[in-house]
Design a protein around this ligand. Sequence first.
Ligand SMILES: [Zn+2]
Length: 119
Amino acid sequence: MARTTYRRCKYCEEWHDVANWPANHLDPAPQRSHLSAPRIDRDGLDDLWHPVDGKIYDSKSAFRKTTRASGGEEVGNEVQRDTRSMDTVTKDEVHRAAAMVSQGYKPGVHGTASTEGWS
Ligand SMILES: [Zn+2]
């Protein structure tokens, strides 16, 4: 015969059977990322040729050190500060433009297509 174990609940201060713990008296599940594993930014990289000294590097930090020492700048991983917004296009505008093209409309080289007057 299995022994029943009771523990005191920190939420209601009552004693509950450990094997039949009320689901609404459990700690909430911890917030987890949708990713399966944490991102690991390792220093190693596959052999990469540096255009400044022509050497092959297998370390990001050594590669960056050479870049900085030569007065170069690594680009592409900077924080995006451009806050300009893009023009948004609705599905309706896309459908109208597609309809215009299928009806023979050809936009000018320098002009922009206007869907005004078309339906
Ligand atoms: Zn409880």
